[in-house]
Design a protein around this ligand. Sequence first.
Ligand SMILES: NC(=O)C1=CN([C@@H]2O[C@H](COP(=O)(O)OP(=O)(O)OC[C@H]3O[C@@H](n4cnc5c(N)ncnc54)[C@H](O)[C@@H]3O)[C@@H](O)[C@H]2O)C=CC1
Ligand SMILES: O=C(O)C(=O)COP(=O)(O)O
Length: 416
Amino acid sequence: MSTTPFPSPSTPISIEGPPKVLLLENIHPSAEEMFRAEGFEVERLKVALKPEELEQRLQGVHVLGIRSKTNVWEPALAKAPNLLAVGAFCIGTNQVDLKAANRHGTPVFNAPFSNTRSVAELVISEIIMLSRQLVDRIREVHAGQWRKVATGSYEVRGKTLGIIGYGHIGSQLGVLAESMGMRVIFHDVMTKLPLGNTRATATLDELLASSDFVTLHVPATASTEKMLGEAELARMRKGAFLINASRGTVVDIEALARAIRAGHIGGAAVDVYPEEPETNSDGFTTPLQGLPNVILTPHIGGSTEEAQASIGKEVATSLIKFVKSGATTGAVNFPQVETPLIPKTHRILNVHRNTPGVLRDINRIVSDLNANIHAQVLSTDSDIGYLVMDLDQNVGRPVCEAIAGLKTDIKTRIVT
Ligand SMILES: NC(=O)C1=CN([C@@H]2O[C@H](COP(=O)(O)OP(=O)(O)OC[C@H]3O[C@@H](n4cnc5c(N)ncnc54)[C@H](O)[C@@H]3O)[C@@H](O)[C@H]2O)C=CC1
Ligand SMILES: O=C(O)C(=O)COP(=O)(O)O
C-alpha cells in the first residue's frame, strides 16, 4: 500500500442512466436484488479479479462490491474517476488501500458484524474437534480403520480459552465458550469491557502461557503481522491448540507447522492463509497439510447462508444510501456525514483537499451565482474534506461545475 497523490481537479461526475454496479466474488443475490429494486444496473461475477483485470472492468462502474480476495489498490482507483464507492461485503478491509481510496474521494463500506456469529460458531466447533482429535478419528474411520482411544482426548469444560483480539468476534466467542464451562481470558491492545467472568491478561505472553486453546481475532495490520511466530508459539503450553480464523498474515505458518511436527502444539484449526487461491478451481498448498490433528478450512469463517444474506443487504443498503444521498455513515475511511434530503433542492457532494480556504472558495462561487443555501454540512479528516450542500435547483448545476474546477477539488457530483 502507498500514500497516493491527490487526483487532479476534474469535471463533475454525472451519472447518465442507471448507476452501474459491479459485484465480484459471488456476493449474495440479496445485494443484487436490492440494487435492482432501486433501479441500478448490476453485473455480478463469481470470481475475484486480479489488479489488471479490475482496472479494466472498473471503467464506467459507479459502485464496486468485493469480498476478502479482490485487492483494490491505488492504480485501479486512479483509473476509475467515476467510481463513487467500494463495498467490502465482509468485515475485513485490509484488501483495500483505504488511504488511497480516501484521497481519491471514494468511501469504503463494510459489514462490521453480519458474519460475527458465524465465525464464533465455527471456532466453538473447532475447539471441541481439536480437543477430541476428531479430524484424525474421522479420517481413520473413512479409511476403514477402527481406532477407539481415549488417550489425548479431553473435555473442554474447565479448560482455558485465550482470545487474542477481544472485538466483535472475540467477545461473542467468549460468551459462547463460557456457556460450555470454559475459563476465558483475552488480550487486546484496547481496554475492553470483559463480558461474563472473562478477564484481560496483563500481556500477550501471560495469555500464551495460561491457555489450553489460543484463538486469534485481530485485523490484518502492521502490528498483527506474524504476531504469532516461533517465539510466541514456544511460549504456549505444551500440547495447547491454536486457532486462526482472522487473517493469514497473523501467524507464521512455517513456524506453526514446525511446532506441530515437534509435538509442542497439540493441533491447529486454520481458516486463513498468507496466500489464498483466487477461485474454487485453483489448487492450494500449505505446510500444514497432512499434519496430525490439524483442521484446514478454505476461509469459510463467515460463509453461512445467514451471514451472506445479511451482509448482502447491509452493505447494499449503505451503498444505495451513499449513491442517492451522499450518506457516509459507517464508511471505514471517510468523514461521516448523513443529512436528510430536502425536497426541490439540488444536493451537491464535494470531496476536496483539506487545506485552508476551500469552504471560502466554494461559498464565493455560491454567492457569485446568487444561490440560496438550504443546508451545508462539512466534515473533515487529516487529508480530505467532505461537503454536502443543498441548493436551489436552478443554480445547482453551474455551482457544481464551478466547484469541480477548483484546484482543491477531488470529486464533485449532484445527487438530486
Ligand atoms: N475467517 C473469516 O471468514 C473471517 C475473518 N474475519 C477476520 O476477523 C477479524 C476480526 O473481526 P472482528 O472481531 O469483527 O473485528 P473487531 O475490529 O471487532 O475486533 C478486532 C480486535 O482486535 C484488536 N486488536 C487490533 N490489533 C491488535 C493487536 N496487535 N493485538 C491485540 N489485539 C488487537 C482490536 O482492538 C479489536 O478489539 C477481521 O478483521 C477479519 O480480518 C472476520 C470475519 C470472517
Ligand atoms: O469478513 C471477513 O473479513 C472475511 O474474512 C470473510 O471473507 P469472505 O467474505 O468470506 O471473503
